[in-house]
Write a protein that binds this ligand. Structure first.
Ligand code: AP5
Ligand code: MG
Ligand code: ZN
Length: 213
């Protein structure tokens, strides 16, 4: 299965990606997670990305596309992959197309997660992210067993800098201006599937697997 997930910030791409990657036994590649790991480790890539991420802007394509090209050069994508948060504009979608054509690995589907504005705000304002493993939880909807502590690795939970209100509204603008156009790109390619991102996490995963059959 070669799959990309598309949807606004807070739609649950990361949450669903974890489940789908387990189901299909494929690597979960999140450009946001890769940038955050680089930030944490103080790498050059992290330094390049930080100011854009903090403002809710896209990291320049020259940086992001090369990072993805390199990641897709890894042998673990032989059985497929799930891209979460990439592509995010038409240029990235075209570059991805070129990378996959050259590898003779066409996409199977682009899965769009649909969600309304009010729900996005509730999800992002209550989201907590693990400093250790990057997993998301929620103070109300996906409570960790111990407040402030990650269930998976016991790492410390924090609020992402870009989950603050002002930055969230910029991320939503960027989504509608730059990312939404790729939905018609995948629709014309006959690859687009969509499901509702509302309801129980496990129900959404079931619906995703059913529509991807
Ligand atoms: P990125 O990390 O990709 O952020 P995003 O797209 O804004 O998406 P989020 O991670 O915020 O949301 P999600 O859909 O994964 O939701 P989640 O599962 O966590 O990107 C961050 C930044 O990096 C960008 O702004 C940009 O600067 C840079 N970047 C990344 N990729 C780039 C690219 N390709 N090009 C350029 N720049 C790039 O869920 C959200 C919350 O809801 C959680 O708390 C979760 O517990 C809860 N939740 C999930 N599902 C449910 C449910 N069914 N019911 C109730 N609650 C739920
Ligand atoms: Mg995410
Ligand atoms: Zn963790």
């Amino acid at each position: 299965m070669r799959l990309i997930l598309v949807g606004p910030p807070g739609a649950g791409k990361g949450t669903q990606a974890v489940q789908l990657a387990k189901h299909y036994k494929i690597p979960h590649i999140s450009t946001g997670d890769i940038f955050r790991a680089n930030l944490k480790n103080g790498t050059e890539l992290g330094k390049q990305a930080q100011s854009f991420m903090d403002r809710g802007e896209l990291v320049p394509d020259s940086v992001t596309n090369e990072m993805v090209r390199e990641r897709l050069g890894n042998s673990d994508v032989g059985n497929g992959f799930l891209l979460d948060g990439f592509p995010r504009n038409t240029n990235q979608a075209e570059v991805l197309d070129g990378i996959l054509k050259a590898k003779n690995m066409p996409l199977d589907a682009a899965l769009e997660l649909k969600i309304d504005h009010a729900e996005i705000i509730k999800r992002l304002s209550g989201r907590r992210t693990c400093r250790g493993c990057g997993a998301s939880s929620h103070i109300e909807f996906e409570k960790p067993k111990v407040a402030g502590v990650c269930d998976k690795c016991q790492g410390e939970l924090y609020q992402r800098e870009d989950d603050k209100e002002e930055v969230v509204s910029r991320r939503l603008e960027i989504y509608s201006e730059q990312t939404e156009p790729i939905i018609s790109f995948y629709k014309s390619a006959g690859l687009l599937k969509n499901i509702s991102a509302l309801g129980e996490v496990s129900e959404i995963t079931k619906n995703a697997i059913a529509i991807l059959k």
